[in-house]
Design a protein around this ligand. Sequence first.
Ligand SMILES: Cc1cc2nc3c(=O)[nH]c(=O)nc-3n(C[C@H](O)[C@H](O)[C@H](O)COP(=O)(O)OP(=O)(O)OC[C@H]3O[C@@H](n4cnc5c(N)ncnc54)[C@H](O)[C@@H]3O)c2cc1C
Length: 466
Amino acid sequence: MAPQARDRVCDVNFTTWGRTYRASPARWSQPRDEAELRAVVARAAADGLRIRAVGAGHSFTDVAVTDGLLIGLDRLSGARSVRRRPDGTALVTVGAGTRLHELNRLLATRGLAMRNLGDIDRQSVAGAISTGTHGTGALLGGLATQVRALRVVLPDGSVRSVSGDDTPGSPDRELFEVARLGLGTVGVLSAVTLEVVPAYLLRSTEQVRPWDEVVEGIDALFDGHDRFDAYWFPGTDRMLTWSHDRVPAPEAARHRASRRGVLGAARTLGDAARSVLDEEVLANGVLGGVMQVAAAAPRTVPRLNAVCAAALGDRTHVAPSDRVMVSRRRVRFTEMEYALPRAGLADALRELEGWLRASGEPVPFPVEVRCAAADDVWLSTARGRDTAYVAVHQYHRMPRERYFAAAEEIFLAAGGRPHWGKLHTRTAADLAAHYPLDDVARVRAAVDPHGVLRNDYTDRVLGLPA
Ligand SMILES: Cc1cc2nc3c(=O)[nH]c(=O)nc-3n(C[C@H](O)[C@H](O)[C@H](O)COP(=O)(O)OP(=O)(O)OC[C@H]3O[C@@H](n4cnc5c(N)ncnc54)[C@H](O)[C@@H]3O)c2cc1C
């Protein structure tokens, strides 16, 4: 086992993207294949170390933190197999460490695409599904709902292949449930099989609208588009709305044809130039400067927000689905996001607006509003109910405590469930009302009787294995 097991005493300090947590694991390993992964896991468990896998470190919570063995999955990346189905969908198996941007590229070269994505593509597939990463869309589920099968390495070094087709109630099916969204508490995923769809184009329409109009009409906006997203700079009375709608096949064919040849290349370049302006200058470059001013002089925040909101404008464009859904986020922030029953969203937004106005809290980052369809994944934040997501952000160099505490109180009163990868204060005792935590504990105990896959965060939010 030793030569293949490329674990070593660790000189790696792990820090989350949002600079919220850091860890100094005793051991660090980047296995090159599943056999190596099995060996390093078994050895660490035998040595009495706790084990955590890490993807891109994009969770804001300490979910990936350990003082034991930290396993980076970057080398378990890329396509393993593609099985096409008669209806055009496909089952694509990738290494669990594949980053979403690599996944999107490898799907595009095969004429395929993810049914839905979040708003960035830097995460690993395993990390994204394990915390319930979601995008937006009233009829669309989060990434874990797109998982069909998994290969899971258990603490004893054995591997289990589990799938959504396993008999309901069977040990494999229950392991599948917790492995597809379970904070890495039932094993280290080595491969993930996703159901994907034929490549498609989205029309993105960005509009600046009055705040009241969006809040009052939010249900119609969610239901009226394939995907709907709203951003609001606190202290301003407008929202930027993004609606993304699938372009019908004949129009998509015309659009693709118009992108061929010299003229088409020029048009594509024109689109790219505009998106560089929007994404890099407005969304990231200018925003970075604005944040530095805000951190140095918080009193300027209301004026800065008014300037940012005024700089937003209406636009529409058509592009491949992943390029429409995904943006770059280069300005670091911290974030809390809650999943609310849709019916409670409008009142929660009004209360949040009232608190921000009354408190005068300087918040230069927008509030984001999204939605998802109800699903049946055990630990999904959208489990059993159509869901609206509200995310609050703060520049990482500015205090967030008062703002997030106030927002959390409002979201909890509305029946909210916290995103597993974003900051919150809930415990297993609070969350037991929302999730089948006893079943989760039973599945964990069966595969991890010595609690090797625990950490402080999983103890807090899931409790101990049964
Ligand atoms: C800028 C930014 C934008 C974001 N946008 C969205 C968004 O649009 N929607 C949304 O829902 N969330 C969003 N998030 C949150 C993010 O998607 C999640 O926190 C996600 O878990 C991060 O993926 P990761 O690869 O970085 O995982 P990590 O943070 O590294 O790990 C997350 C969890 O996955 C586990 N894990 C990782 N790899 C494995 C494996 N191979 N086997 C078992 N367990 C594993 C870890 O142990 C840990 O428990 C965003 C975060 C940031 C920083």
